[in-house]
Design a protein around this ligand. Structure first.
Ligand code: 26V
Length: 826
C-alpha cells in the first residue's frame, strides 16, 4: 500500500472514524473473507466471518500501531513494562470496536453482509483465558488503561496454547477439559520472528514415566518468539502492545544427538522444549511447585528483559539512564527472578560494577503483592536454580550475602529476624523466598487495597516494612469502565451518557453527577428498566446455552469468582439451606423470590473446593424438586465461568456477594464491576469493599460479620461447635448436609465439609458469621420489596463507583511508582 493511501486512511480515521469508504472497510472485509480461507463469501462460516471482521479491524489499526511505536522511538519517553504470567483478556472484538470508535462503521458496513449473524460472529471468538482469576484480569484492565492514558507501555507474558481449563459439570461435579483456544488461527496476533530471543538453559529435559524431568548438564538454548497483540486505548489514538512469548527450539537443537544418529531422541527433545509455553498452570493460590512452572517463569523473565534492554539500548547509550527510561512492574512474585536477571545483564553484559548495577536494578523494578495467604507466597528449591539457571543462583546468593550484612548492621545480634528476612529458607530443603527477593531488589512494594497494604506492612512482611518504610505503598485496584460498563452494559451506559454526557468514559469520577438524579422519578424508572432488560437477556442466554430456566422477576444474586475456602461460597450455600429449612418449617413466611447464581472454577487438585461445587449443585437440585421451595428460591451453578460469562451476568445482577473472611481477600475486582453496574453489595469489611462502602456511605451497603481484627483476635477461642450446639438454624442447616439430605445417592460424600467446619476448627469462620449474614440478608430482602428505595441505593452505588476505574489506579502507579508521563500519538 502506498504512503498516500496510508495517509488517507489515517485522515479518515482522525475525522472521528465514523465512516470508512468501501475502499477501506468493506473491501478489506470482503477480501479477507474470500482470500484468507479461499471460500465463496456466501459459503463462509460465522467463524470465518469473525476472522474477516477482526482482520479488517487489524488492517485499520496497523498503521496507528506502527505510528505509536515510531512516536515512542522518536520521543524516547520513559516506558512502562508490565510483567505478568497471566493476562485474562477474554474476547477482543467488541472491545476493539468500542475503543477504536468505529461502531457505526462496523454496523453499517461489516455487519451489512446478509449471510452474517453478528451475535454468532461475536460468540465464535474464544475467550483468551490466559489467567486464573483476579491477578490476570487486573493485568488485562491495566494494559487497557495504560493505552487509554497514552502511557508508553508494553505488557509481557506467555502465549499459552492451552488457557485456563474449560469447566464442565457432570452429576454436580467439576470436570476439567483442555482449552485449546488457539486451535484456529488467532486474527489479532502478529508474530515478529526477527525479534526472537535466545534463552540459555543449563539442563535438558527428558520424559521419564510420562513425567517431564530436568536432567543436569548439557546446556542448551530455548528460543522466545514474540507474538504481539494490539492494545487499543479508548479513542483509538494509542495502540500499545501486549507481547506474549512462545517457546521454540533452535534448528540446530541437539545437533549432537542428531549427527550421532538419535534422530527420534532429537525430535522428542524439540517437542519437550516447546512444551514450556504449552499450558497455563491452573493452580491459583497454592504453589504448585513443579519444575515446569519454574522454567516458565524463568523463560518469561529472560525473554522480556532481553527485549526491554535491547529497546533501551536502541535509543540510549548510557546504562545509568536505565531507571529514567525504564519502569518494570512485577505482577506478584511470578516474575521476581527479574531481580537476578537484570543484575546478570548489568554485570555480565554491560560490565558494570556490583554497586552501580544494584542501584540501577532497584531503581528500575517495582513489585505488587496480591495475596495474604501464606501458602501462596512463592518459594523455589535452590535445586531448580542450580539445574536451570546457576548464574542467577550465584547472583541471588551474593544479593543475600550483602543484604544479611546490612541486616546484621541494622539489628545487631537479632538472629531470628535475620533468618526471617533471609532470601533463603533453610528448613525443609533450601528454598529461595521470592517475595523477599522482590522486596529487597525493588524500590516499591505495593498492596492492592488499603487494608491489604496495611496488613502486608504490619503482619506479612513487617520486618521489611520496618527496614524500608519508604518502599511500601498502596494502590487500590480498579477495573476498566470501557469493558465493564460501556461495552458490557450498553443500555445503562446509554442512559448515563444521555443524562450527564459521555465524559465519564475516561473520567469515571464524573458519575457523581448522577447523584441528584436519585430524586428524578423518570430517571429511576429508566434505570430500573435497564436492569430488567439485562436480566431478561441473561435469562435468554442461559436458557439457550445451558437449558436452565430462571425468572427475571426474582432477585438475581451472584457470587462469581474462583472457588476457594476463604471466599466462602460455603457461607452463601449454608444461608440458602437456612432459607430452605425455614420454608420447610413454615411455608407461609414472606420471602422475596431469589435466584442464587454461583460461578467459578476450583483448582483441579483442590478437593474441598470441588466438593463445595458439588454441594451447591446438589442443593440446587433438591430445592428445584421440592414443591415447598420451587419458584421461591433457586440455585443456579453457571458452568465454565470466564470473562465473557462475567460480562453477561454482572449487568443482570441485583445483589453482589463479597463475603470473604475479613483479612483474606486482598482487594477483589469483581466487587467493583458489580457496583458500577448497579448491584447492591452484601459483604464483609474486606479488601476494596471497605473503600467502596466509604465512597457510597455504609448506609448504601449491606456489611456484616467480623472485621479483620476480630477475625485475628478471636482465633484463639473461636469454637465452631459452640455455634452448632447453640444456634438452632445453624445446626438444622448443617444436619441436612451431614445426614445426606442433599446426597441420598452418594451417602457420606460431604463428610470432608463436616470435618473442616466442626473437627478442624472452621479456619475461615463460616459459622462465626452465619447468623449476622442471615440477618443482613433479611434486611436486604425487605429493602428489595420497596423497589423505589432499592433503585435509589443502586443509583447511589453507580454514582460513587468512580474511584474504581483502573484509569485512577494507573494514574497513581504512573505518578507515584513509575514517574511516567503520557506520550500522545498525533
Ligand atoms: C498463584 C499461583 C501459584 C502457582 C500456579 C499459578 C498461580 C496463579 C496465581 C497465584 C496467585 C493468585 C493471586 C491472585 O489472583 N490474587 C488476587 O489478585 C487480585 C488482583 O489484585 C485481587 O483483587 C484479589 O483479591 C486477589 O485474590
Amino acid at each position: 500500500m502506498s504512503k498516500t493511501v496510508d495517509q488517507q486512511i489515517l485522515q479518515q480515521y482522525e475525522c472521528g472514524a465514523a465512516r470508512f469508504s468501501d475502499k477501506t472497510g468493506h473491501e478489506h472485509y470482503q477480501r479477507h473473507l474470500l482470500f484468507d480461507h479461499v471460500v465463496w463469501p456466501d459459503e463462509a462460516s460465522q467463524r470465518e466471518r469473525f476472522e474477516a471482521v477482526a482482520r479488517s479491524l487489524r488492517d485499520l489499526l496497523a498503521q496507528r500501531w506502527l505510528l505509536t511505536d515510531q512516536t515512542y522511538d522518536r520521543e524516547n519517553p520513559k516506558r512502562v513494562y508490565y510483567l505478568s504470567m497471566e493476562f485474562l483478556i477474554g474476547r477482543a472484538l467488541t472491545n476493539n470496536i468500542v475503543n477504536l470508535g468505529v461502531e457505526p462503521y462496523v454496523r453499517e458496513e461489516l455487519q451489512s453482509d446478509p449471510h452474517q449473524d453478528w451475535k454468532e460472529v461475536v460468540e465464535t471468538e474464544p475467550d483468551a483465558g490466559l489467567g486464573n482469576g483476579g491477578l490476570g484480569r487486573l493485568a488485562a484492565c491495566f494494559i487497557e488503561s495504560l493505552a487509554t492514558l497514552q502511557i508508553p507501555a508494553v505488557g509481557y507474558g506467555l502465549r499459552y496454547e492451552y488457557g485456563i481449563f474449560r469447566q464442565a459439570i457432570e452429576n454436580g461435579y467439576q470436570m476439567e477439559q483442555p482449552d485449546h483456544w488457539l486451535a484456529q488461527p488467532d486474527p489479532w496476533e502478529v508474530t515478529h520472528p526477527r525479534q526472537t530471543v535466545q534463552i540459555p538453559i543449563a539442563c535438558r529435559f527428558e520424559l521419564q514415566d510420562g513425567m517431564l524431568r530436568a536432567v543436569p548438564g548439557h546446556a542448551t538454548h530455548l528460543l522466545g518468539v514474540p507474538y504481539d497483540r494490539p492494545v487499543v486505548g479508548y479513542g483509538g489514538q494509542t495502540i500499545n502492545t501486549l507481547r506474549l512469548w512462545g517457546a521454540a527450539s533452535p534448528d540446530h537443537f541437539n545437533f549432537g544427538e542428531f549427527s550421532s544418529g538419535d534422530f527420534v531422541g532429537a525430535i522428542v527433545d524439540r517437542v519437550l522444549a516447546e512444551t514450556v509455553t504449552r499450558v497455563l498452570y491452573p493452580d491459583d493460590s497454592t504453589q504448585a511447585g513443579q519444575a515446569l512452572r519454574f522454567v516458565q517463569e524463568y523463560f518469561m523473565v529472560c525473554c522480556s528483559l532481553a527485549d526491554i534492554v535491547a529497546r533501551f539500548r536502541r535509543t540510549n547509550d548510557d546504562w545509568r539512564l536505565l531507571p529514567d527510561k525504564v519502569a518494570i512492574q512485577l505482577n506478584d512474585t511470578h516474575p521476581a527472578m527479574a531481580v537476578a536477571e537484570l543484575m546478570r545483564l548489568l554485570l555480565d553484559e554491560a560490565k558494570l560494577g556490583w554497586d552501580e548495577a544494584w542501584d540501577l536494578t532497584v531503581g528500575t523494578l517495582a513489585y505488587t503483592n496480591h495475596t495474604l495467604l501464606p501458602e501462596a507466597l512463592e518459594k523455589w528449591p535452590v535445586q531448580f536454580f542450580e539445574l536451570v539457571c546457576p548464574r542467577l543462583l550465584e547472583i541471588v546468593y551474593e544479593i543475600n550475602r550483602r543484604f544479611m550484612t546490612d541486616v546484621q548492621q541494622r539489628y545487631p545480634g537479632d538472629h531470628p529476624r535475620a533468618s526471617r528476612m533471609s532470601l533463603i529458607e533453610e528448613s525443609g530443603g533450601r528454598q529461595i523466598r521470592m517475595a523477599n527477593l522482590a522486596i529487597v531488589g525493588s524500590h516499591s512494594t505495593n498492596g492492592v487495597a488499603q487494608i491489604h497494604s496495611d496488613l502486608l506492612r504490619t503482619r506479612v512482611v513487617a520486618d521489611f516494612a520496618e527496614m524500608f518504610p519508604e518502599r511500601f505503598n498502596n494502590k487500590t485496584n480498579g477495573v476498566t469502565p470501557r469493558r465493564w460498563l460501556l461495552a458490557a452494559n450498553r443500555d445503562l451506559a446509554g442512559l448515563i451518557s444521555e443524562s450527564i454526557g459521555d465524559t465519564w468514559i475516561t473520567d469515571l469520577g464524573e458519575l457523581r453527577r448522577l447523584l441528584p438524579l436519585t430524586d428524578d422519578e423518570s430517571f429511576r424508572s429508566r434505570f430500573r428498566q435497564t436492569k430488567r432488560a439485562a436480566k431478561e437477556r441473561f435469562a435468554d442466554w442461559l436458557k439457550s446455552t445451558t437449558g436452565q430456566i430462571v425468572d427475571p422477576d426474582t432477585i438475581f444474586d451472584s457470587q462469581i469468582k474462583r472457588i476457594h475456602e476463604y471466599k466462602r461460597q460455603l457461607l452463601n450455600i449454608l444461608h440458602v439451606i437456612v432459607l430452605y429449612d425455614r420454608l420447610r418449617t413454615d411455608p407461609s413466611i414472606t420471602l422475596p423470590p431469589r435466584t442464587f447464581f454461583f460461578a467459578g472454577k476450583a483448582a483441579p487438585a483442590y478437593r474441598l473446593a470441588k466438593l463445595i461445587i458439588k454441594l451447591i449443585n446438589n442443593v440446587g437440585r433438591v430445592i428445584d424438586e421440592d414443591p415447598v421451595s420451587r419458584g421461591r428460591i433457586k440455585v443456579v451453578f453457571v458452568p465454565n465461568y470466564n470473562v465473557s460469562v462475567a460480562e453477561r451476568l454482572i449487568p443482570a445482577t441485583d445483589v453482589s456477594e463479597q463475603i470473604s473472611t475479613a483479612g483474606y481477600e486482598a482487594s477483589g475486582t469483581g466487587n467493583m464491576k458489580f457496583m458500577m453496574n448497579g448491584a447492591l453489595t452484601i459483604g464483609t469489611r474486606d479488601g476494596a469493599t471497605i473503600e467502596m462502602a466509604e465512597e457510597a456511605g455504609e448506609e448504601h451497603f449491606f456489611l456484616f460479620g467480623l472485621n479483620a481484627e476480630q477475625v485475628a483476635s478471636s482465633r484463639r477461642w473461636y469454637s465452631p461447635r459452640w455455634h452448632y450446639e447453640n444456634e438452632p438454624e445453624t445446626r438444622a442447616a448443617l444436619d441436612l448436609i451431614f445426614n445426606d439430605y442433599f446426597s441420598r445417592d452418594e451417602p457420606g460424600i460431604f463428610n470432608p465439609i463436616r470435618e473442616s467446619l466442626l473437627d478442624h476448627g472452621d479456619y475461615f469462620m463460616h459459622l462465626a458469621d452465619l447468623t449476622s449474614y442471615a440477618d443482613t440478608q433479611q434486611k436486604l430482602g425487605t429493602l428489595y420489596a420497596d423497589s423505589d428505595a432499592w433503585v435509589r441505593k443502586a443509583v447511589v452505588n453507580v454514582a460513587c463507583a468512580g474511584k474504581f476505574s483502573s484509569d485512577r489506579t494507573i494514574a497513581e502507579y504512573a505518578a507515584e511508582i513509575w514517574n511516567a508521563l503520557p506520550c500522545p500519538i498525533r
